[in-house]
Design a protein around this ligand. Structure first.
Ligand SMILES: *Cc1c(COP(=O)(O)O)cnc(C)c1O
Length: 516
């Protein structure tokens, strides 16, 4: 820039536009060649990794990986795209956890479909923010169309509406917020939480949900000023579904203690067991008691498009609100979730009109400003991923993939139940299976717990498979979550062999230690 002071005004502008490094790095009409070069170089690094990656994880420990980050000084740029990508490959890709790998069987992370990957390119290139029409235009209509398509599968009725969210946690927070504020609105005509905060008796409001529902319900209650204690855990039957007799008893007990039920959260697909609460019976209880019914279908939403098992989610159409995670059961990249409500007028509880952004006048003119329905302001155009997926693949293909998972889970259950050294805890309703290794030799409960915890750690350290763990009745269990339709039964059998191999090795070492 040394010559800037000596050149004419026109030259100055042209230098700023074309010679300034920063200007050149900005995505615009002048930089599409460089943009394409970066993307293509990035693509080959990814392609190289994915095609040669043999394991879902390298097994590296946090301290080992952290040591490699020590020499990176973010104040000292490398300035060279090849060196930057080489560094990224070493620091991130080499030791990433790969959800597309057939032996990644741990959490609710799915492999992603190609049209959604393509959508990510458009999402960042155009960078629309789906909050106001004047920041999104067509993106707003695409999001609304995907919302309406989903609503058509849920069947919440003519007044229903929804909004994309960052995922199940945010959707559940919205559900609890709407349940709380709509209860207040219909009970205290002159009290508005949005303006005045919680009324005096809000500490008596209660939310009912099963013992094995997602922790984001408790978290939401805390964030909403009701507290963890406002969430009443309801007992489950032996298939981990909410026990409606227990639910009725808890509601009775609360009323007798002068507490006020405001919401019941049913789970359609619990995180650990995939169990589906009896939605229609719970809906009936909600109607009788005039209580908000939320269905958390973050995981079970895949059933909405299932070709064979859609009936398993019947009753969801009675909900006042619903949580859906496309990034779990619709094979979408993170983040991709949505929240739905039966009566769109309840969305007013998250509406806040800002003069600079979404004035009331715009709403009255009919401008679709999705920010009026969201707790976010700037919002990613995640809906495009579902749009391209539906346009290119179609919902039948997605639904068939989900069915494949349910069938695979059934076969996995059979294999595990037949195994003499494995105890299974439940029949899978979706695609998770909780089980544990139980040695033939008599060992204390603590040792069997320790063995199961160790099996999981050893497998993770070795990296040939990734499995999850959970607790039930204070006992340590292992868990498979099957969300990869490309995983074969043979591959699952190999992982079972690995579990048993480590289980037997650990048992032997415990017995040896005891004999010494
Ligand atoms: C995963 C999950 C959530 C949380 O969703 P995120 O997308 O991780 O925020 C909520 N409920 C259930 C049942 C889940 O499985």
């Amino acid at each position: 820039m040394h010559s800037l002071w000596h050149s004419s005004a026109a030259e100055k502008i042209s230098e700023i536009e074309h010679d300034n490094e920063t200007t050149r790095a900005i995505f615009n009409q002048h930089s599409t060649e460089l943009w394409q070069e970066y993307i293509e170089k990035g693509m080959s690094v990814i392609k190289q990794r994915i095609t040669t990656q043999e394991k879902p994880f390298s097994g590296i420990l946090p301290a080992e990986l952290a040591a490699q980050f020590k020499h990176v000084d973010l104040t000292q740029p490398l300035f060279n795209i090849d060196r930057v990508l080489e560094e990224l490959d070493q620091l991130y890709l080499r030791d990433a956890v790969y959800f597309h790998h057939p032996k990644y069987l741990a959490h609710l992370n799915c492999p992603t479909v190609l049209p959604a990957q393509l959508a990510e390119l458009f999402i960042s290139a155009i960078n629309s923010s789906v909050d106001t029409w004047d920041q999104s235009a067509g993106a707003t209509l695409i999001e609304q169309k995907v919302i309406d398509w989903t609503l058509n599968e849920i069947k919440l009725g003519a007044d229903a509406d929804g909004i994309f969210t960052s995922g199940g946690t945010q959707s559940n927070l919205m559900a609890m917020l709407l349940a709380r504020d709509s209860y207040c609105k219909r009970t205290y005509r002159d009290h508005n939480i949005k303006y005045q905060g919680l009324p005096g008796d809000a500490n008596r409001w209660r939310i009912f949900t099963s013992q094995v529902s997602h922790f984001s319900i408790q978290k939401s209650a805390a964030l909403l000023g009701l507290g963890y204690d406002a969430v009443i855990p309801v007992a489950c039957d032996n298939a981990f579904r909410m026990d409606v007799t227990a639910l009725n008893d808890e509601i009775e007990r609360c009323r007798a203690a002068n507490l006020i039920p405001i919401a019941i959260v049913a789970t359609a697909g619990t995180t650990d067991f995939g169990s589906i609460d009896p939605l229609s019976e719970i809906a009936h209880i909600c109607q009788q008691n005039n209580i908000w019914m939320h269905v958390d279908a973050a995981y079970g939403c895949g059933l909405l498009i299932s070709l064979q098992h859609k009936a398993r989610i019947a009753g969801i159409e009675h909900a006042d609100s619903v949580t859906v995670d496309y990034h779990k059961s619709f094979f979408q990249p993170v983040s991709c979730g949505a929240f739905f409500v039966r009566n769109n007028c309840h969305l007013e509880h998250v509406t806040c009109h800002a003069d600079y952004l979404n004035p009331l006048s715009a709403k009255l003119e009919g401008t679709p400003n999705l920010v009026n329905k969201s707790i976010q302001t700037t919002k990613r155009f995640d809906a495009l991923k579902m749009w391209l997926t539906l346009r290119l693949m179609g919902q039948q293909q997605l639904g068939a993939a989900f069915d494949t998972l349910l069938n695979l889970a059934g076969q996995t259950h059979q294999r595990l139940s037949q195994h003499p050294l494995i105890d299974v805890l439940h029949q899978p309703e979706l695609s998770t299976q909780v089980f544990r290794f139980v040695p033939k030799q008599l060992l204390s409960d603590e040792k069997v717990d320790a063995i199961n915890a160790e099996i999981r750690k050893l497998i993770f350290r070795e990296g040939n498979a990734v499995i999850a763990g959970t607790k039930f009745n204070q006992q340590q269990y292992l868990k498979f979550t099957l969300l990869n339709p490309a995983t074969t039964l043979a591959e699952i059998e190999e992982v079972i062999d690995l579990i048993v191999h480590y289980g037997q090795k650990l048992t032997a070492s415990y017995l040896n230690a005891a004999n010494q």
